[in-house]
Design a protein around this ligand. Structure first.
Ligand SMILES: Cc1cc2nc3c(=O)[nH]c(=O)nc-3n(C[C@H](O)[C@H](O)[C@H](O)COP(=O)(O)O)c2cc1C
Length: 247
């Protein structure tokens, strides 16, 4: 079984290919997903790295299903990231209450655009990341099939600082829907409402509003808007949207 969360499609893209290489079943980490895992099972967790750690939706899923997930005889994770993952595996391992048997990070097109200096990748860079990940996936699948104990990750520079100092600050101040707004380019197509994985967007008085209840910061609303009508404060001004190709 492979449990996955994907904000904008990269991690689903990876989980689907891994699922077909391993002939394994995919289950999305939704509120009503059940986790059934016997001690003989091999179990995978696939998701995007957020601030050198886990998306909140993944943390919540793991804390709800911790006992069943950690029962797996072979437990591995594949994290997708734009660049590097810091010590995200340590955060996951702590949430699960057990060591991971194998950890892989794979670079995919960057989706983070909400701070100065962060933007989507050029088409060339995005394509190169996807090609390199596609080339690497058979090797990752083989390691998983043979239940190899392995850590094959890109931690990046100053990983401890990123995961244990910057990540808590990021989670405190920047994982919020308070700065989202739909601009005048919004055609009220309601795609963002339908697509939000946490059902946190609604329509009030003919306007798109974020409910301030539950936002994991995945930016699916931003990247999938057909009119590029969603902004996160002024941080996303003139920033790009992720190419649809990897959804
Ligand atoms: C809120 C947020 C935080 C992110 N933090 C990181 C990070 O710490 N390191 C990194 O390399 N990429 C980071 N990214 C980029 C994503 O991890 C990467 O693009 C991932 O493949 C997106 O997967 P998805 O399409 O399944 O959501 C971040 C993206 C978002 C939206």
């Amino acid at each position: 079984m492979i449990y996955y969360f994907s904000g904008t499609g990269n991690s689903r893209f990876v989980a689907e290919r891994l699922g077909s290489l391993l002939n394994d079943t995919l289950v999305e980490m939704t509120a009503d997903a059940a986790v059934l895992c016997s001690h003989d099972d091999s179990l995978g967790i696939v998701f995007p790295v957020y601030a050198w750690g886990l998306p909140q939706i993944v943390t919540q899923f793991i804390s709800k299903h911790k006992d069943a997930l950690s029962n797996a005889h072979y437990l591995y994770t594949v994290m997708t990231c734009g660049d590097d993952m810091g010590y995200a595996d340590n955060i996951l391992s702590k949430a699960l209450g057990r060591k991971l048997d194998a950890t892989f990070s794979l670079q995919m097109p960057n989706t983070y655009v909400c701070l100065p200096g962060f933007d989507v990748d050029s088409k060339e860079v995005a394509d190169a990341k996807v090609q390199s990940t596609l080339a690497k996936l058979p090797e990752v699948a083989e390691s998983i099939r043979t239940e190899e104990k392995k850590t094959d990750v890109v931690r990046g520079a100053m990983p401890w600082m990123k995961t244990y100092v910057l990540r808590p600050l990021f989670n405190c101040f920047l994982v919020t829907d308070s700065y989202f707004r739909a601009t005048q380019s919004c055609s009220l197509c309601k795609r963002c409402i339908r697509q939000c994985p946490l059902h946190n967007i609604s329509m009030q008085n003919d306007r798109i509003v974020w409910n301030h209840e539950n936002c994991t910061g995945c930016l699916r609303c931003y990247h999938q808007c057909p009119n590029r009508a969603i902004e996160f404060g002024s941080f996303t001004k003139n920033k790009g949207q992720k190419n649809d190709q990897y959804k």
